[in-house]
Design a binder for this molecule. Sequence first.
Ligand SMILES: Nc1ncnc2c1ncn2[C@@H]1O[C@H](COP(=O)(O)OP(=O)(O)O)[C@@H](O)[C@H]1O
Ligand SMILES: [Mg+2]
Length: 368
Amino acid sequence: MASKIRVGILFGGKSAEHEVSLQSAKSIVEAIDKDKYEIVLIGIDKTGQWYLNEASTFLLHADNPKLIALNRSNEHVTLVPTKAQERNLVSLGGGSIGAVDVVFPVLHGPYGEDGSMQGLLKVADVPFVGSDVLGAAVSMDKDVMKRLLKEAGIPTPKYLAATQATCAKLSYDDTIKALGSPLFVKPANLGSSVGVSKVEDKQQFAAAVRDALQYDNKIMIEQCIGGREIECSVLGNEDPIASLPGEIKPTHAFYSYDAKYIDAHGAELIVPAKLPPAVTARVQELALMAFQVLCCEGMARVDFFITPEDEVYVNELNSIPGFTKISMYPKLWEASGIGYSELIDRLIQLALDRHRRLHKLKTNVDLK
Ligand SMILES: Nc1ncnc2c1ncn2[C@@H]1O[C@H](COP(=O)(O)OP(=O)(O)O)[C@@H](O)[C@H]1O
Ligand SMILES: [Mg+2]
C-alpha cells in the first residue's frame, strides 16, 4: 500500500475566531480518512505560538463551545522553507519531526484566512488547502471585496468604509441619509459576527462604531437588506462547482456570534433552501462569479441576502468557512452529493494539484 499522505492541520490562531477554529478542527480530525492520511496536528495559541498536538488530547472542554480551549503541548514547532518534501516542520526543542505533505489551514479571521498564513505556507513551499495569498487577502477585507464585486456587476449592499481617523467625521444623520435605517456596523476584517451590530438610533450607532473599532482599524457601515439569508458552497480551482443553496433562519435579531456558536437553537439551517429554480440558479451563478472575481481557489462559502422581491445580493465570501460537521459548507455539499470525508479528500487533492501547477511555472529567464 502507498504510504499515507501527511496532512498538517493548522488550527486555533491569533484571531477572535480562535474558538470557532478549534471546533472546525475537531470535526476534521474525527472525519478524515485515517487509512489515507496521517494527521499532524499543529495548534496555534492566541499569542501565535505553534504546538505539536496529539489527536486524543488537543482540546480542553471539547464539547462546550463556551469553554473549548487549545491544550498546549510542550513541543513548540515551526514551519521552515526547505527543499520540497524534506524536513519542513521542525521542533524548536531540536527534535526532528519530518515533513508534512500538505497543510489544511483550519483558521478563521486575520492571521489565518487573510493571506498571511497562506504567504508563510507558500514561502515554505508546502501545498495547502484553500485560496492562495491574493484570494484570501481580498476576501477577508470586506471593503476591498465589495469593490471587486461591484466592479464585476455583482449586487452587494451599499456601504461606507471608515477608519479610526475618518469615523469622527461621520454623522449619524448623514449616514442614514445615504444608507437608510437600520444600519449594520462591523469590522472590515473579521468573521463569525464578532463586532457586528444592528443599529436603529444615534446612540446605538456610536456604541456600534466604538465596538467594531476595537477589532479592526477599518469598519463597514452598511445598508440593511431585509430578507432571507442564503448560503452557497463553492469547490474547485480553475473550474469550480457550486452546491445547492441553504437557508439560515436566525432566531435572534440577526445571525450573531451567539446565534452561530453558543445558542444551540440560535438558527435553523434549511438544506437545501426552498427557492424558486430561477433564484437557485442565480445564487449559484453569482457564487461562482464571486469566487472567480475574488481570485479564490479550493473552497469558499458565498453568503447572500434575498429580498421578498427575490433580488439577490452577495453579502460576503468566506475563503475558510466554518468546517464543523454541522456547518453550512459541508452540509451543503452533503446535500449536493459530496459527503464530509470525500470533501476533505477533494480539498487535499485540489491543494496538491495547485502546487504541482505552480511548480511547472518557469522561474528562470532564457538568456540569448
Ligand atoms: N447589510 C446587512 N443587511 C442585513 N443583515 C446583515 C447585513 N450585514 C450583516 N448582517 C447580519 O449580520 C450577520 C453577520 O454579518 P457578516 O457581514 O456576514 O459578518 P461576518 O463576516 O462576521 O459573518 C449576517 O449573517 C446577517 O445576519
Ligand atoms: Mg457572515
